[in-house]
Design a protein around this ligand. Structure first.
Ligand SMILES: C[S@@+](CC[C@H](N)C(=O)[O-])C[C@H]1O[C@@H](n2cnc3c(N)ncnc32)[C@H](O)[C@@H]1O
Length: 244
């Protein structure tokens, strides 16, 4: 049977069940699918996010917590909060933190919060910056997701979105579409015996705006100095805006 994207009102429940199911093997699959490149993109994003080595930062849709912990590793003081609605993904994040605790030298606090990206359980202006990586595509209202990040970041702080972009060139777009549409589900089948979850991933891109469209949503959220950086020949984009 061909894959059917969930209707808008069913999306959150559908996405939650997919990520709860694949949480345990997510990191290995992520490394395989991106050929380890997601680590480079996240490093780049953190450089853009952090103006210095202290502060209070939010990682929305934090999944298994690698980005939140990367941010924490770059800070000398402050706090990093990872938020996700999948309890299983957060369990993996907590295990990761426990494993790495002895190696961590900084006094930066890490907090894992179960919550909805579309209704962030934080006060206005609570953070110095917020980021979402490969998460916005999964929420049922992209504008609301960005609005919420803009709301909880103080004026002058940055809001970042790292996600799929628009592959460029003559040969790369069809090669990328083939890889994402056919190879990624096979990787999901082999590594996690879950072809369905990894068929949803490419499908989740279908209604997702290109980087210009995401930049427009950033502007509508009232963010200033909006720009996007193309990564991996445009297949990934880092969009950045500053809270006024
Ligand atoms: C593809 S994973 C990305 C995880 C991580 N940020 C990364 O870069 O590897 C997407 C994550 O978004 C979470 N998510 C999707 N919709 C959400 C929502 N409305 N609220 C909170 N988390 C959500 C999922 O549970 C999942 O952990």
């Amino acid at each position: 049977m061909p894959f059917r994207l969930p209707a808008q009102e069913e999306k959150a429940q559908y996405v939650l069940s997919q990520f709860d199911r694949i949480a345990r093997g997510y990191d290995l699959a992520n490394d395989c699918i991106s050929m380890g490149m997601h680590r480079l993109w996240k490093n780049k994003a953190v450089k853009v996010l952090l103006p210095g080595d202290s502060g209070n930062y939010l990682d929305v849709c934090c999944g298994t917590g690698d980005l939140a912990m990367l941010i924490a590793s770059k800070l000398k003081s402050g706090k990093v909060t990872g938020l996700d609605f999948s309890g299983n993904m957060l369990d993996v994040a907590r295990s990761r933190e426990a494993r790495q605790r002895s190696a961590r030298t900084s006094s930066v606090e890490l907090d894992w919060v179960k919550g909805d990206a579309l209704n962030l359980p934080f006060e206005n202006d609570a953070f110095d910056g917020a980021i979402v990586s490969f998460g916005l595509r999964n929420v049922s209202d992209y504008q609301k997701g960005i609005d919420e990040m803009a709301r909880v970041v103080r004026p002058g702080g940055k809001v970042l979105n790292l996600d799929l972009g628009k592959p460029e060139g003559l040969l790369f777009p069809p090669a990328f579409a083939f890889y994402f549409g056919y190879i990624v589900p096979i990787i999901g089948q082999v590594l996690q015996n879950d072809r369905k979850a990894y068929t949803y991933l490419p499908e989740s891109k279908r209604n997702y705006p290109d980087p210009e469209g995401i930049s427009e949503l950033f502007r509508r959220a009232g963010l200033a100095d909006v720009k996007h950086i193309r990564l991996a020949s445009g297949s990934v984009a880092l969009t950045c805006g500053t809270v006024r």
